[in-house]
Design a protein around this ligand. Sequence first.
Ligand code: SF4
Length: 272
Amino acid sequence: MIINEIEVNSLVTKTQVPAADYVINPYIGCPHKCIYCYAEFMKRFTHHHEDWGNFLDVKRCTRKLNAKKYAGSRVVLSTVTDAYNPFEKKYGITREILKAFIDSDAQLSILTKSDLVLRDLDILRRLRHAEVGISLNAVDDEWRKQTESGASALAKRVDVLRVLKEEGIPCHVFVSPIFPGITDFKAIIETCAPYTNEFHFENLNLRGAFRARVLDFISRYNSALLPLYEGIYKYKDKSFWENQEKEILDFCKKRKLKCISYFYHEKIKKPR
Ligand code: SF4
């Protein structure tokens, strides 16, 4: 792992990301090393040549973060890294950011695959408008070990939801990315529904350099799924995702769950 500390003028960036006004990425790179990580494109902009997951730039901000000025805005932490990657334990950049939001009326939305977020319960309790999203796309930890080797075990992530619920801190599950023929959204809902009634869903997009890597992985993981993946990603058959989205929305409606679909990234369905 190659680690550099770098100086930046600001940690907060205006964004076009759906449902967000600003994003904060305290690190460049991500040791969680998900095989499907779209954030690998960051290498191009940051002159990194190492494999994704093998480097981490730790951002030291030269200015004090004035979180009050983001009142009423939705600030997402993070989009191209995980703010609670294992090195956060040592550097504490995310913890300092959270502290800056204690007196802010910004809507702070934390999204992570790590149980390290529980370290900051003392601050989370004091934030006025914070919510935590726990991202997962399976309940089988063997799958997690092969696809998200650096992230927390799935049982630990579910345990984070349990603790957040006990603490009264708003939380949701981000079922992402949904792998065709693999992600069992009903099993995820059944596992997590005791702790939250809000679920967000995102389908697997294969637009970046990771496309070949993911398809190669699928061919080794379960070659019987290859025709399905080729249909979706090579021949652009949209029917799988249309059916999947409908099934998800119907299931959530029946279970009276709050559900947001980020399918295709084209339109966002309002909570229902
Ligand atoms: S946790 Fe997010 S940013 Fe980190 S490797 Fe996985 S998908 Fe990429």
